[in-house]
Design a binder for this molecule. Sequence first.
Ligand SMILES: Cc1cc2nc3c(=O)[nH]c(=O)nc-3n(C[C@H](O)[C@H](O)[C@H](O)COP(=O)(O)OP(=O)(O)OC[C@H]3O[C@@H](n4cnc5c(N)ncnc54)[C@H](O)[C@@H]3O)c2cc1C
Length: 310
Amino acid sequence: MENWDVIIIGAGSAGLSAGIYTVRSGLKTLILDEKLPGGTISDASIVVNYPGFAEISGGELAEKMANHCKKVGAFIHELEPVTELELTNEKKIVKTSSATYEAKAIIFSTGSHYKEIGVRGEKEFRGRGVSYCGVCDGPFFKGKKVLVIGGGNSACITTLYLSSLAAQVTVIHRREAFRAEESLVSDISSKGNVNILWNTEVQEIKGDKQVKAVTLIDNTTKKTGEMAIDAVFVQVGEAPNNQLAKAAGIETDEHGYIKINIRQQTNLPGIFAAGDVTNHPIKQVGTAVGQGITAALESYSYIRRPYYTK
Ligand SMILES: Cc1cc2nc3c(=O)[nH]c(=O)nc-3n(C[C@H](O)[C@H](O)[C@H](O)COP(=O)(O)OP(=O)(O)OC[C@H]3O[C@@H](n4cnc5c(N)ncnc54)[C@H](O)[C@@H]3O)c2cc1C
């Protein structure tokens, strides 16, 4: 069994930042990711609020972070999902799809996933017209008619991005006002090919090989109708990737986010958490980076300092 000082689960903004600090503190560090390194920010078409980069694509920012982390000497195993954990003993056991490892401390940075709306046709047409990522799948629908579901920042950003590709973008929101930043809302209002339907929900997504239509319901009048559409972009928020943590006895809050204190400690000694999987109220790259750094330096203290308070 391979032995490590720290194993970081998830190579997104939080995990990569933690990796830079654990390696530079002299800790032998392994970062595991079920996908490629970079995490969720890779899905952002443009990032304009990360200090030092006035404007950068999410993919490029993610790549820069991963390269930086590798350059300082972290070992990153990509496409290796963690499947099981044993965390209650001094030596923590991490099982993956292909190996079993041992570590003195663990940093959980598994991020979150896009929420589904749970209607008929959503699972069936996922990847065939149902998408959760405008940047990833928008270019397939150049010149087509697309639907965006949601009313927050993600829905508005996706709408703006798609408005420059698709012929027509319809946004539906179950309430009668967006919850997004004002500047985004005014940008959307200025787009000639964006149409907004308030108090509206999807009842069913239909098609054959690909999405062809949706059934919509006005939740005030209960009137239903069918709309021809080529793609549906679901943007109704995120939920934490917490299954592993919960199964291993890590405490979560009522929404499933890992409970942490200001030092990124969880309820289990030697187990830290950082980024979108935690109950920190802000979910941004900058906060994920800061939490990752704290978790890394706390894991250093846990391993190396004899009087560390657990
Ligand atoms: C469309 C979009 C646009 C955004 N735009 C901005 C923006 O402009 N500015 C900003 O600051 N923030 C933005 N965000 C938010 C930002 O992306 C997140 O806050 C940030 O990526 C969180 O980083 P993280 O490391 O906590 O999680 P993530 O980046 O999600 O990384 C988690 C990693 O864990 C891995 N993982 C999960 N489970 C396992 C497992 N069992 N085994 C191994 N690996 C696992 C995943 O594959 C993933 O790589 C945006 C988010 C979205 C969705």
